[in-house]
Design a protein around this ligand. Structure first.
Ligand code: IPE
Ligand code: IPE
Ligand code: MG
Length: 281
């Protein structure tokens, strides 16, 4: 049962979201949740404590996003480059992720409350068995949910995603060519055959992990860092990039509201720019 104070906070948030919604609202926000270890270092805590605090911050931020009607949230949780960290640190991060995914699948979790559909984008072969199984279970058991979509980039880099999409497009074309050969179409429709063998941008985009998901309107990297660190490089061409100074576990409701206001200020230009680029395609 929510306490009186929680109910009051909820009402205040609703009022703020109502005022915000007079302006354009983002449909998709992506977070690079950076600064967890620095958060722990600053407080002389163990490193893992920073990542745990980061998870709590994530749950609060997701609630706020869903309350304000953001349909898609994408988070950068662990990159392929992060596997180069100390083995103990990689192991403890994997353990923490598995623990938290399992928690999310419990009946009382916010995933059930909001009917969240969970995606995990990345090279799952790089995950250890327990985490890979949890990831697969989470995707399977939420795939029919009709609420907001949470995409977790784990064992992910944009370059790996692009390489994977090219590989899948080539396989697809090869299979199609084989079929055309088998039915003898090559001789009858020579030009058609040649055209079919070209990989188009649309073919390639269909094989990106993000296929079917709109590009992010806002990409927020906490801790003041200004790098994308190989995150959604193709998808963020027209996103509003923001680098607020708080470390991820300190990123709060007021920072999120501020991010939306900044996005609303830049929105007319971004919209026009994205429209012009689509026209040229
Ligand atoms: C980001 O926080 C999360 C992961 C890469 C797992 P960091 O672990 O990079 O924390 P900082 O940036 O070193 O403080
Ligand atoms: C990338 O991790 C961001 C994530 C949250 C996964 P890092 O924090 O290690 O990135 P770099 O190496 O500092 O660019
Ligand atoms: Mg970092």
């Amino acid at each position: 049962m929510p306490t009186f104070f929680e109910k009051l906070c909820y009402m205040v948030r609703r009022c703020i979201f109502y005022v915000l919604s007079i302006g354009p609202m983002p449909n998709h926000i992506a977070f690079i949740m950076d600064g967890n270890r620095r958060y722990a270092n600053k407080r002389s805590l163990e490193r893992g404590t920073g990542h745990r605090a980061g998870f709590s911050a994530l749950i609060s931020i997701l609630r706020y996003c869903y309350e304000m009607g953001v349909k898609y949230v994408t988070i950068y949780a662990f990159s392929i480059d992060n596997f180069r960290r100390k083995p103990e640190e990689v192991q403890s991060t994997m353990d923490l992720m598995k623990e938290k995914i399992d928690e999310l699948l419990k009946e009382q979790s916010f995933v059930n409350e909001y009917e969240v559909r969970l995606n995990f984008w990345g090279n799952h072969n790089l995950l250890n068995d327990p985490l890979r199984l949890s990831v697969e279970k989470a995707m399977r058991s939420t795939c029919h949910n009709t609420g907001p979509v949470l995409s977790v980039c784990v064992a992910y880099t944009s370059t790996d995603e692009i390489a994977h999409a090219i590989e899948m497009s080539c396989h697809e074309k090869r299979d199609l060519m084989k079929e055309l050969h088998a039915c003898g179409c090559k001789n009858d429709f020579f030009e058609e055959f040649d055209m079919q063998s070209v990989i188009s941008v649309a073919d390639f985009e269909r094989h990106l992990y993000t296929s079917g998901c709109p590009d992010p309107d806002i990409v927020i990297r906490t801790s003041g860092e200004t790098r994308l660190s190989n995150f959604l490089l193709l998808q963020s061409s027209f996103s509003h990039l923001q680098n607020p100074t708080p470390l991820w576990p300190d990123f709060s409701f007021s920072h999120l509201v501020w991010a939306i206001l900044k996005y609303q200020r830049g929105h007319p230009y971004l919209q026009e720019r994205s429209r012009r680029s689509k026209k040229m395609e």
